[in-house]
Design a protein around this ligand. Sequence first.
Ligand code: IMP
Length: 191
Amino acid sequence: MKICLATRNAHKIEEITHQLPKIEWVSLDEIECEEELPETSTTIAENSAQKALFIWNNYHENCLSDDSGLEVEALDGEPGVDSAHYSGERDSEKNIDLLLNNLFIFENKKARFVTILTLVIDGKTHQFEGEIKGKIINERKGKNGFGYDSVFVPDNYTTTFAEMTLEQKNALSHRSNALKKLQIFLQNNYF
Ligand code: IMP
């Protein structure tokens, strides 16, 4: 089955294709989509749908999009839908600096990552949500992954996502939890 993966984030592409290798993934370049995908909504679910529906409406391709974010309890769910540009720029290092500064005075470091995948297949829209709970640590640890991985330690673990291999992160991450639901849906309906 062919599905266009509606993201240019190389890390997301690696995590998704690694977990669902049976799908024939088609890139945005392959469908000759050069535009920036719209994500102008105020929720992760709506942004996710917006990206996938943009591809369906303009390119008529079955597609999968991923919108994700980090929600920190003491910061009332921030950075949330603004995770990618929390500092005002799409710059992970500046985003982490701001997060650590804002969280410094709080004892409660609880956070969760959430992903909402949107699959548009044969014109029908389906969403799959995954989360992973954990905490934010005061300084960066590890070099793998992307975004906030170096300051996030999942519950029941002692290492950050950035200290884990792709396989280890994929066994428990928010994205992989959403992908597992997608996989069951595809198996039940399309394979
Ligand atoms: P978007 O889903 O492309 O809008 O971006 C969400 C932002 O959330 C990313 O730019 C990262 O900063 C952050 N994020 C999403 N998923 C992850 C993850 O798996 N690890 C670390 N940061 C993530």
